[in-house]
Design a protein around this ligand. Sequence first.
Ligand code: PXP
Length: 245
Amino acid sequence: MINNRIRLGVNIDHVATVRNARGGVHPDPVRAALLAEKAGADGITAHLREDRRHIRDEDMERLMQEINVPLNFEMAATTEMLEIVTRLKPASSCLVPEKREELTTEGGLDVVKSYNHLEDYISQLKNAGISVSLFIDADLEQIRASNDLGADKVELHTGAYVDAEGDKRIEELERLRSGAKYCAELNLEVHAGHGLNFETVKAVAAIPEFTEFNIGHFLVGEAIFCGLEDSILQMRKLMDEGRNN
Ligand code: PXP
């Protein structure tokens, strides 16, 4: 279960945010995905939101055709998304909350509350050959429920850790550590993501159970200053340092 090198999934949603600001075709998120791949991304993540505020249907279609690393399709657990994802058949899906009522107190998907709906939904994804991840808080009850639901993996929400300062940040890091450890005990693959940046990534990378990080907004923002390749290479370096120390 414990894997030494952490995979890096690069989320390209916010390249599409900039493109959509002017309604044209530039910058192209698929071009960014190919560049991320060249810089060593192990996977590409994109979130097709119900309101299509950044990634659009045709972006997902092109990502499936053009990239050479696995696509992690982030989505809400809706009927519309199930139809799209089972047609495109990406390597994996990650179920995320989009509406307030799907959120736990911290911000991940409330799998305990949505258990019955998710049970059927997850089995449909798995029957289509798509691996399923659930984006949840580092909460033992949520982790246990995800495991009971048959999810292939969970992604622990790192937002509360990134946003906290001082002792509160240490406390949040401990929550991530206990959550990741519990996943490993259950034999449940565990990923992490949301808000990670150069300052916060190393401490999470040092938690040995994490096998993958999904990072987007900071990498795309930093690319303004140093370019996307350098921003990814620097993140990769910090992840490796965190893991190997
Ligand atoms: N993981 C999941 C499940 C997410 O929803 C997001 C945000 O789209 C990320 C990771 C990446 O977060 P960020 O863009 O803050 O790095």
